[in-house]
Design a binder for this molecule. Structure first.
Ligand SMILES: Cc1cc2nc3c(=O)[nH]c(=O)nc-3n(C[C@H](O)[C@H](O)[C@H](O)COP(=O)(O)O)c2cc1C
Length: 328
């Protein structure tokens, strides 16, 4: 049963909620979001931060929408964790295209807030990308099913391909890497977002990057060849990576946002099970390769992300801007 107690949102609580939202993954850690409270309707709005777009690698803003969807998922969890009922709307105002999502605090939920997603909220602070080699230990079948159900609950699809299909997906990703490295505009763009932690709270610090795969079969993103082999020698990665393909039935802006909600739901469930993750988005940035990522056996769908799952070192976290700075 839901009561209609009016939420009281002071500045500290608002910052706590937004801190949870900004812990979400974003392409190159651009953190392409702005938050605004509408006090009259108890709604937190999320807008695209247009000064943090990636015109060369993400010209349509698809990756930006995925990032914002992931932030909206965290915000929804944080609102529920505080004991309010979150009501998420995607693209709530057709007259304001930059307003990508909103989360309304619809009243107090008297029962324990975490009954829907036990201890998922805590994972927000523990999750980050691990670009390190994983062991060959398989991801348990029960968790794999749980991840697929979570993606489905957010309006997306998750497939866990076998060895042969994974090999095909990695070959397409390798092809994307080769293309990106010879594309000056894309190279310059990703290089700009590799930034020392001491300089800025945006972008990826060099210590969060991982080694190259010594066997050359797992095409981890190179981020423009910024890893001198003498500083970070190649290492063997798991020979049969556990990939997960996140897809949606359509490819509209709302689907990109839904893919972001699903991505974050999947990543937090994996984190709770002590399974690490990193993302392989390179092939999705080339329309022809993205099209080839589809497995026609799964029916018509649009691939939104490749996720690599496994057991291994935690890897270094990337910084975030303060919640206060992300608030209008
Ligand atoms: C749309 C999108 C695309 C991404 N693509 C890649 C990628 O190709 N390779 C990679 O290592 N990380 C990728 N990431 C992960 C981000 O680099 C990462 O989330 C960000 O740097 C913040 O770090 P964290 O995940 O450790 O919090 C992507 C994230 C998003 C949302």
């Amino acid at each position: 049963m839901t009561t209609t107690t009016t939420p009281t949102l002071d500045a500290a609580v608002l910052e706590e909620l937004v801190s949870a939202a900004v812990a979400a993954p974003s392409m190159h850690n651009t953190q392409p979001w702005r938050f605004r409270l509408q006090p009259r309707t108890h709604t937190i709005e999320i807008r695209a931060a247009l000064d943090r777009e990636l015109p060369a690698e993400d010209p349509e803003g698809r990756g930006l929408h995925v990032s914002v969807g992931a932030a909206a998922f965290n915000l929804r969890l944080a609102v529920a964790h505080r004991g309010w009922e979150p009501v998420v709307r995607l693209l709530p105002d057709p007259h304001e295209p930059q307003l990508l999502a909103s989360v309304r605090l619809a009243g107090r939920v008297p029962s324990a807030p975490d009954t829907v997603a036990p201890d998922l909220y805590e994972q927000i602070w523990r999750r980050h990308s691990s670009r390190q080699p994983f062991s060959g230990r398989p991801v348990p079948g029960a968790l794999r099913s749980e991840l697929c159900e979570a993606a489905h609950a957010e309006g997306a699809l998750l497939h866990l391909p076998g060895v042969d299909e994974s090999r095909r997906l990695m070959a397409l990703t390798r092809e994307a890497e080769v293309r990106t490295l010879t594309d000056q505009a894309r190279r310059d763009e990703s290089r700009r977002w590799i930034r020392a932690r001491a300089e800025t709270d945006f972008g990826i610090p060099p210590e969060a990057l991982g080694p190259h795969d010594a066997a050359g079969h797992l095409p981890m993103r190179d981020f423009s060849g910024l890893r001198p082999p003498t500083l970070l020698p190649s290492q063997p990665f798991e020979p049969h990576p556990q990939l997960a393909v996140l897809a949606t039935a359509h490819d509209r802006r709302a689907d990109w946002l839904r893919a972001g909600l699903a991505l974050q739901h999947v990543l937090l469930l994996a984190t709770r099970a002590k399974v690490r993750s990193s993302l392989l988005h390179q092939a999705i940035e080339w329309p022809d390769l993205r099209w080839m990522l589809r497995d026609p056996g799964n029916g018509p769908e649009h691939v939104q992300m490749l996720i690599r799952l496994g057991y291994g070192p935690e890897g270094a976290a990337s910084p975030r801007a303060n919640a206060a700075d992300a608030l209008d």
